[in-house]
Design a protein around this ligand. Structure first.
Ligand code: BGC
Length: 475
């Protein structure tokens, strides 16, 4: 099905369903991350971060990469603040630029601090602060990054510095954005720094380092003010085995299927027979590794006040002998297999399947509900990307993004009706930005940025989302 049929489907649904009311106090917001928008004047020039250095290798980042300027948020802060405040959302999720703020042991940068004072001073909405959104200060990356236990200690010094300066202004702290994506791209596929391929040893060392860092930060923040709320944001896919997706079943990898025997003459065999689905076990392993392990570790340590869920797509697992890494075929195919699509799949411009049902499935699965219990959940990211393929193809009348938002909010609303404690939604992203290895072309924003002039223009979806934020209803 193409995207326009999808939009039509959503519109038809709109006629049937009047409007969806969200709970009072539901927090509406948008999200960004420092490296993706700022273009900090020193960062790229002085190679302050691992990503600033990574940009210099043209085969690693799709052009144009904007020479590290992203969308010049650093320069255009006041204009962006007006757009954030005028949207009508109650919250804004941003990330601190650790690399620009913390330039060596005990070396904190006053000018960058002043930038964040202006940001937090000018915000009229509640800040949700992310402390690490993938990027590392280069002086720490060069010493092994998260694999080196010293990084967690320096991170804790950074957290204390932020608490001294902003501890009175920020109540919600997100220690890490998507540790699973960082580890997967940094240590399995190697497409992001530190660029290691199928390095399981490094993967688990870094995992441990990040977990320690989360724990230290949790304690420091709670010591500063016990009522502050600390969590992290996890990228969650809806994992499904290929066979389940082909059968059109709403397969749940947490519940292996048992199918009644259909033959009539069955007296000699068990009435139930396990369906042979070779893709189910790897999908379950992936679900555990990708979605759940870090959450469980934080819960075991008693250091999670809320969970941030970032949801983009479904992952249909199919075992593949066509491994991405020919040097290591077994590991690669076992861990990832191949992302498949079904004939009905609709996609965004990056080929990611649009599958709102998957968000509902993740949030309402028995495993998720049992683990999280009544803990608050915030959807800290969810968004649609468009690539402008010609000068006429401007991403301004973005009905596809509107349909995307509406359909995902319906899934969230459905989960809330089933008593999942979802307290907020942050659209990714406030503004078009730098999409990591994919460069500047994919646009996720509610606000359009002209890459030549850096002019900002709110898209149709900005106004649509603004209405939702102001009325607490989805129409
Ligand atoms: C990341 C964002 C990214 C978005 C779209 C999320 O995994 O947190 O930084 O831009 O996905 O790819």
């Amino acid at each position: 099905m193409d995207i326009f049929k999808f939009i039509k489907k959503v519109q038809e649904n709109r006629v049937i369903q009047e409007s969806l009311e969200f709970p009072t106090n539901f927090t509406w917001g948008t999200a960004t991350a420092a490296f993706q928008i700022e273009g900090h004047p020193d960062e790229y020039r002085e190679k302050l971060s691992d990503w600033a250095e990574w940009l210099d290798e043209p085969e690693k980042v799709k052009s144009p990469n904007g020479a590290g300027l992203a969308v010049k948020h650093y320069e255009k802060l006041e204009e962006d603040l007006t757009l954030i405040n005028d949207l009508g959302a109650a919250a804004y999720r941003f990330s601190f630029n650790w690399a620009a703020l913390h330039r060596g042991p005990d070396d904190f940068h006053e000018e960058t601090l002043a930038f964040y004072e202006r940001l937090l001073g000018g915000l009229k909405v509640k800040p949700f602060a992310t402390l690490v959104h993938f990027v590392l200060p280069n002086w720490l990356a060069k010493e092994g990054g998260w694999e080196n236990p010293n990084t967690a200690c320096e991170f804790n010094n950074f957290v204390k510095f932020l608490l001294e300066n902003f501890g009175e202004k920020i109540q919600h702290w997100i220690t890490f954005n998507e540790p699973n994506i960082f580890l997967g791209f940094g240590y399995e596929s190697g497409i992001w720094p530190p660029g290691k391929t199928n390095d399981l040893n490094g993967y688990f060392k870094a995992y441990q380092g990040m977990l320690t860092a989360h724990e230290l930060a949790y304690k420091s923040i709670k010591e500063f003010n016990p009522s502050h709320q600390v969590g992290f944001s996890q990228n969650m896919y809806y994992f499904q085995s290929y066979q389940e997706s082909q059968e059109g079943k709403l397969g749940d990898v947490n519940k292996p299927k048992i199918k009644p025997e259909t033959t009539t003459n069955t007296s000699h065999i068990s009435p139930y027979k396990r369906r042979v689905d070779l893709d189910l076990v790897p999908a379950m392993i992936r679900d555990q590794l990708h979605n759940y392990s870090f959450i469980e570790s934080c819960l075991d340590m008693g250091s999670l006040d809320f969970l941030g869920v970032n949801y983009y797509t479904r992952f249909i697992y199919k075992f593949s002998t066509q491994a991405k890494d020919p040097a290591n075929p077994d590991l690669d195919s076992l861990l990832w297999g191949q992302l498949q699509n079904t004939p009905e799949s609709q996609h965004n411009s990056l080929g990611w399947e649009i599958y709102p049902e998957g968000l509902y499935k993740v949030l309402s699965s028995e495993k998720f509900k049992k683990l999280l219990g009544d803990k608050p959940i915030f959807i800290t990211e969810n968004g649609y990307s468009h690539i402008e393929s010609s000068p006429e193809d401007k991403d301004l009348e973005d009905s596809y993004r509107i349909a995307f938002i509406k359909s995902h909010l319906e899934s969230i609303h459905r989960a809330i009706q089933e008593n999942v404690n979802i307290q907020g939604y942050f659209y990714w992203s406030l503004i078009d930005n730098f999409e990591w290895a994919l460069g500047m072309e994919p646009r996720f924003g509610l606000i359009h940025v002209d890459h030549e002039t850096y002019n900002r223009t709110p898209k149709a979806s900005y106004h649509y989302y603004s209405d939702i934020c102001k009325t607490n209803q989805v129409i």
